[in-house]
Design a protein around this ligand. Structure first.
Ligand code: CP
Ligand code: NVA
Length: 306
């Protein structure tokens, strides 16, 4: 049994589905005003080395909503920013709190923290993965489409941390993921190779947004320059020309296709204003579901460790 939530691929389809279904119950309970106090007396530390609006606030709201408490620490303001080793930080924080929720650059950072902390570590985004986000996205797809089996999902744009995580999700859940990424911006080679070996029918990669989106049930986009790539922003605009999800491109998907974007969005770049604000966009339901999924994850990982 894994103690940490660092990557979707550490878990089975059934385990991931159980957290999504639990998030749906917690969402219904919250709407009904049912008290949720199962994490009373528990504390989460959020250790963030990159900015965040949704993930930070939804984790904090989730923890408080379950009766727990939160300590937020940006790496810049901690001794990590002055060079204190991760392994010391991990062992100290593990004495104070019941879980560490970490947003950072390298996947090796969350792995090292997990190795030393003695408490569950949850990956709240690295350069490689964004597993909490994709779990919330899958919940949103299930709410809207009532199934994952047999769905066609399109990914248009950068082969980034979100694309990598969607590839793992497709291989685990068995739905079809067609990615269109410009040359030089394809997903992580090891993740692609693993998925193509174990679930070859589930993954398609091209440089053709129209081919990727044709007949899709779910259309996914994300920024063209992720956090940490700000210096490349201008240069990337040229590489991603033709990859904007606008109304003519969306018209090639199924008529009832839904549009996902983990946000923040850059209108006029990866997505047009019209599509983001249009009837097929479910981005704010998607953002809400982060909180319910985070509740399910906090509950599972903190209570299993208790
Ligand atoms: N989607 C997401 O992770 O947003 P934040 O960067 O605002 O947390
Ligand atoms: N790919 C984006 C996701 C933001 C939530 C990034 O890493 O910046």
């Amino acid at each position: 049994m894994h103690k940490h939530f660092l990557a979707l691929s550490d878990y089975s389809k059934d385990e991931l589905l159980s957290w999504i279904h639990r998030a749906m119950v917690l969402k219904a309970e919250a709407a009904a005003g049912t008290p949720q106090q199962q994490l009373a007396g528990k504390t989460a530390c959020l250790l963030f080395e990159k900015p965040s609006t949704r993930t930070r606030v939804s984790f904090e709201a989730a923890m408080y909503g379950l009766g727990g408490q939160v300590v937020f620490m940006s790496a810049r303001d901690s001794q990590l920013g002055r060079g204190e080793p991760l392994k010391d930080t991990a062992r100290v924080l593990g004495r104070y709190v019941h879980t560490l929720v970490v947003r950072t650059f390298g996947q090796n950072v969350v792995e090292e923290l997990a190795h030393y902390a003695g408490i569950p570590v949850i990956n709240a985004l690295t350069d490689l993965y964004h597993p909490c986000q994709v779990l919330s996205d899958l919940m949103t797809v299930l709410e809207k489409k009532k199934r994952l089996d047999g769905l066609q999902v399109a990914w248009i744009g950068d082969g980034n941390n979100m694309a990598n995580t969607w590839i793992e999700a497709a291989a685990i859940f068995g739905f079809q993921l067609r990615l269109a990424c410009p040359q030089g911006f394809i997903p992580d080679e090891n993740i692609l190779k693993h998925a193509l070996t174990h679930a070859p029918a589930c993954i398609g990669l091209s440089q053709d947004p129209e081919a990727a989106i044709a007949g899709a049930d779910v259309v996914n986009v994300d920024v063209w320059a992720s956090m940490g790539q700000e210096a490349e922003q201008e240069a990337r605009l040229a590489h991603f020309a033709g990859y904007q999800l606008d109304s003519p491109l969306l018209a090639k998907a199924k008529e009832d296709a839904i549009v996902l974007h983990c946000l923040p969005a850059h209108r006029g770049e990866e997505i047009s204003e019209e599509v983001l604000e249009g009837p097929q966009s479910v981005v704010f339901d998607q953002a809400e579901n982060k909180m319910h999924v985070h509740k399910a994850l906090l509950e599972h990982f903190i209570l299993q460790a208790a």
